[in-house]
Each structure stands twice: as C-alpha cells, then as structure tokens.
Design a protein around this ligand. Structure first.
Ligand code: SAM
Length: 273
C-alpha cells in the first residue's frame, strides 16, 4: 500500500467523520436506494451469499442485498447512521448485522465475503490505496466487489467542488471523485483483481426547486452543514447562492420540479479464483 508519509490521514479521517456525523445523511441516503438495487443486479448477488457493505450509511446496498437473500454485514464509522439502517431493516424483517468500522481497517478476516459493496462510501476515505486493498482483502477468491462512485463531472462532483472553493479539502488527499474515473480504478484495483467492469449510470436527484435543494442539503448533508458552520455570514450566503445557481444550471426538468441527473460509475470487479 502506497501512502504519503507527509499526510496525517488519521487527523483528516477524524475531520471527515465529523462531517458525516453532522446533519442527518440518512434523509438524503434514502433517496438513493435505487443505486443499491442496480448495483446488486450488476454484481448479480446470489441468495445465501455473505455480503459486506462498506461505509454503508443508512444502508442502501445492505437492504438491496438482504432483499435478495444475502447475509449482510453493514459497516460505517458513524454509528448513528447504522442505527437508521437497523430501523429500515427491522421494518422489512431483514436480518442485517451492523458494526461500527473504519473502511480502511475492517475488523474481519481475509477472504470472508462473497461480495463487497460500497455505494458512494469507500471513495470518501482519505487513504484510497489502503481502502481499496481492504475491499480486496476481505473478498474471497473469485468473489465480487461492487462500487458506485460519482464521476468528476457529475452534479455531485460540481457540488463538492463548489463547497471546496469556500472550505478547501485537506491538502495531500486525493479527491473522492477520482474513484469515478477509469484511470484511477485501474490504479487502485488493476493489479489486485482478475476482471474490472465499469458502466456509467445516472442517478436523478429530485427537489421542488433550487432553493429546496439547498434547504435540504444545508440541513441534512453533513459536509455542507460543517462547511457552512466554518464560514462567516457573507461566506454562508455566497456558498448557498452558488449552490442555488448550480442547481438552476443543472436542472433538466420538463414537467415541473427540479431534476438533477448525476453521473456515477457502477463498478464490478471480480477477484482472481
Ligand atoms: C455519501 S455517504 C453514502 C452512504 C451509503 N453507502 C449510501 O449509499 O447511502 C458516505 C458514507 O461513507 C461513510 N464513510 C466515509 N469514510 C468512511 C470510513 N473511513 N470508514 C467508514 N465509513 C466511512 C460515511 O460515514 C457515510 O455514511
């Protein structure tokens, strides 16, 4: 695993964890359920498989796998999000186990899962090489790794860069959006897997208006909640105005409301048998 010795990954991770603990990501996560369903079909999970969802949040991929008869362990470093996941699982009578875990240091044995999933989760780890190696380590030989990663040019990519112009991301850490490029996926997984399939897909965010989008995200999307907290009144107003403008420019609605398509890569890797 290549790591940059000049970067304090632990300090950055603590800051990130604070971001994801702020607001209530579960409110937004729930709207992305279709991504987990699509990923489980792409991975072609089998009933009875052992599946781990890494950086599961409130559990889109976990629920999708459990709905297909898999035995699921859902992990995230924000325990409150796993509490939401358990409520969703209980409502559907799905037996999902949850455990507070760091994606870069999973407390599970080698080769222990048939499928390893992460939707818009593992890409946010500061040490990307370490996180990718963990996914491969816990996947059995001939197992599948399924990922959903926002592309740099997606709506979410633009949103993250807009936030970053006001509150710059830590130096020395690569952008999560790089997981949404073929080149970076090959760097992270090329030597470690036998096959790598990548398909570009689109998730559509839907809101009543650009102002409604900003209202929801500034209330529930932890990274924006925390960014706004660090700014003064002028900065807060300017960032929100920029996000309203981004949403207005990105809107593709033809029948009312706000329609924000955001491209992502759906990745299915197969480990060597
Ligand atoms: C955008 S949310 C996605 C959540 C969920 N996978 C989904 O599809 O709705 C990113 C998630 O990654 C988690 N996360 C980020 N870095 C992590 C790490 N190093 N270890 C565990 N979880 C992490 C956050 O707590 C958050 O739940």
């Amino acid at each position: 695993v290549t790591t940059d010795p000049s970067v304090d990954y632990d300090a950055i991770k603590q800051r990130h964890k604070g971001n994801w603990s702020a607001g209530d990501y579960a409110v937004i996560g729930t709207t992305l359920q279709i991504v987990g369903e699509s990923l489980c079909e792409a991975v072609d999970v089998a009933c009875g498989w052992q599946v781990i969802d890494v950086a599961a949040g409130n559990g889109n991929a976990s629920l999708a796998a459990a709905r297909r008869g898999c035995e699921v362990l859902a992990t995230d470093y924000v325990t409150a999000l796993l509490d939401h996941l358990r409520e969703r699982a209980a409502a559907e009578r799905l037996p999902i186990e949850t455990r507070t875990e760091d994606a870069e240091a999973l407390n599970v044995p080698d080769d222990s899962f048939d499928a390893v999933l992460s939707t818009f989760g593992v890409s946010f780890t500061p040490n990307q090489e370490r996180a990718a190696s963990e996914l491969v380590r816990v996947c059995r030989p001939g197992g599948r790794i399924g990922l959903a990663n926002w592309t740099p040019d997606s709506f979410v990519g633009h949103m993250l860069r807009t936030i970053g112009t006001y509150v710059p991301p830590p130096t020395g850490v690569r952008s999560p959006l790089e997981w949404g490029t073929d080149a970076r996926l090959v760097e992270l997984f090329g030597d470690q897997v036998a096959d790598l399939q990548v398909t570009e897909r689109e998730f559509v965010f839907r809101f009543r208006s650009p102002a409604h989008f900003v209202e929801v995200f500034r209330t529930y999307y932890g990274p924006l909640v925390m960014a706004l907290e660090t700014l003064d009144d002028e900065g807060r107003a300017a960032l929100q105005a920029d996000l309203v403008e981004l949403a207005r420019r990105s809107d593709t609605a033809r029948a009312g409301g706000l329609r924000l398509p955001s491209a992502y890569l759906e990745v299915v890797a197969t480990t060597a048998s």
